[in-house]
Write a protein that binds this ligand. Structure first.
Ligand code: NAP
Length: 251
């Protein structure tokens, strides 16, 4: 009987990129409530990052925030230094920082292409590289992809391309970490009600995408954080090199 029981979840040090708002902020609060120590990364929004830390501490949790632009490799290195100096180690990386751009390919300017690729692709690569070197044995890397990869939506070209690259890196890094007992997976939400989703879209498009899944609603930060919580837990220990789509059946 004992062999059927998964070990209880011990307390981990979890670094979440882009955790000042949206999915990352809600996930930080949820995981802190379970006793994990959380490093909240963000790029610009000092007030929001501090608010997440204050909220966690008010409920008896442990968290601190560190400003670092994931598109800069020296910032990512400093972010891991900070986490290890503060808590002694990093067990889990939730690679969540990201930006969206809704523009047809013919309308994309160079600056937008560079920005989306720098944050979503290079940023994820820098954090995965650092995690590959510095995560504890038994650790987990959880990358945020997107279900738009399966949908092939007009206007989502550069964003989809950046996320497709993350799914490729997920599978390859999982293999490269053979022998370290570190899993690498991606979670691919569908349209989820955060600033990232609403920004730059017409009311008509928002209404259309809100009804696109058979469940006929947008995802919520609660929906996605619940899947991330599973990926953090021992219940997911045998899942490796996979993409988990959480999208209400949209694709
Ligand atoms: P969000 O509400 O817009 O929050 C984005 C977060 O990323 C913020 O904390 C922001 O920090 C941070 N960030 C942006 N650029 C950064 C950089 N260069 N370095 C470090 N942090 C940076 O976004 P979200 O909807 O929660 O999205 C979270 C993840 O889920 C993203 O990877 C996104 O692609 C993915 N996703 C979202 C959806 C959706 O519909 N919402 C669907 C599929 C996948 P500041 O506050 O400091 O700017």
């Amino acid at each position: 009987m004992d062999t059927l029981v998964k070990p209880a979840d011990d307390k981990k040090v979890i670094l979440i990129t882009g955790a000042s708002r949206g999915i990352g902020a809600f996930t930080a609060a949820l995981l802190a409530q379970q006793g994990h120590k959380i490093v909240i990364n963000y790029a610009n929004n000092d007030a929001e990052a501090t608010r997440v830390v204050t909220q966690i501490e008010a409920l008896g949790g442990v968290a601190s925030c560190f400003k670092a632009d994931v598109s800069k490799s020296q910032d990512v290195s400093a972010l891991f230094d900070y986490a290890i100096q503060s808590y002694g180690k990093v067990d889990i990386l939730i690679n969540n920082a990201g930006v969206m751009c809704f523009k047809k390919i013919e309308a994309l300017d160079d600056e937008t292409i560079e920005r989306v690729l720098a944050i979503n692709l290079k940023g994820s690569l820098y954090t995965m590289r650092e995690a590959a070197k510095r995560l504890e044995h038994g650790g987990k890397i959880i990358n945020l992809s997107s279900s738009v990869i399966g949908m092939k939506l007009e206007g989502y070209g550069i964003y989809t391309a950046s996320k497709a690259a993350i799914e490729s890196l997920t599978a390859i890094l999982a293999k490269e970490l053979r022998g370290k007992n570190i899993t690498v997976n991606a979670i691919a939400p569908g349209p989820t009600a955060t600033e990232l989703f609403f920004e730059g879209k017409s009311d008509e498009l928002i209404a259309q995408l809100s009804k696109a899944a058979p469940l006929e609603r947008l995802g919520t930060v609660e929906d996605i954080a619940a899947v991330i919580q599973f990926a953090v837990s021992h219940q997911s220990d045998w899942i490796n090199a996979q993409v988990i789509r959480a999208n209400g059946g949209i694709v």
